[in-house]
Every structure is written in C-alpha cells, then in structure tokens.
Design a protein. Structure first.
Length: 131
C-alpha cells in the first residue's frame, strides 16, 4: 500500500487522513460489534475487518469518484455486514472465561494523579528550560 502513497496529492494532513481512512471504518465497526452484539465472535470480526480494509483499498485504487471521507462509513458498513454474516454462518463454541473484576484502589489513583501532576508541571516548566 505504501507504493501507492507517492501519488497522493494534497496537504500532509489530507494525506495522513486519506491513508488512515482506509482503516478507521473497519476499526470503528469492530468496536460497534463488540459493544452492541453478543453473537459476533472473533473470527467473524477479524474476517470483517480484513474485508472492510480491502474494500476501502479497492475504493481508493479503482473508484476515485468516491470521496475519501466516505471510506470510513463504507468500510464500517462492509465490516459489520461481513462480520455478522460470518458469525451467523460459522458457529463457534463460546468458552466461559474468567470473571473480570475491576479493582481500582487508592494507591493506583494516587499514582495516576502524581503522574498527571508531574506531566503538567513539566509542561509548564518546559519553556523556561528551553530558554
């Protein structure tokens, strides 16, 4: 895919967003599937992501009439449809995993706050250090 990146026209921001739009839609679809569906399994989601990315690359190379903003939505839609289709046709055994218990103690909160304060203080003092 990088071989085709040399032919992209526009600003650097536009080029970065155009290349990233190939992946943003399928990644969004994976999150949507994980949150909103129970029957989608990993195989279906992975096949959906691959098909969504390949579909976006196809749009990029062979359908230049579709503006790259639409690659996000189209890739997301294709990924969801393919992932659901694969998940409903290929039956997978669901293994009961370990129960996940989230624990956030006072010590962890204090460490996170200390790092946050250190980063803010470093950011404030950085102009004085560089001068």
């Amino acid at each position: 895919m990088l071989f085709f990146a040399g032919n992209i026209e526009g600003t650097v921001i536009e080029v970065i967003n155009k290349i990233s739009s190939v992946f943003y839609g399928p990644i969004l679809a994976a999150f949507i599937l994980a949150i909103l569906t129970k029957r989608t399994h990993a195989l279906g989601a992975n096949i959906g992501i691959v098909v969504g990315v390949l579909f976006n690359i196809y749009l990029w190379l062979y359908v230049p009439q579709i503006f790259w903003f639409w690659w996000n939505a189209l890739g997301c839609l294709v990924t969801i449809v393919v992932a659901l289709a694969v998940s409903y046709t290929v039956k997978r055994e669901v293994n009961e995993g370990l129960e996940v218990v989230y624990y956030l103690g006072k010590k962890e909160v204090a460490i996170l706050l200390a790092y946050f304060v250190a980063i803010v203080l470093f950011s404030i003092s950085l102009p004085n250090i560089l001068n």
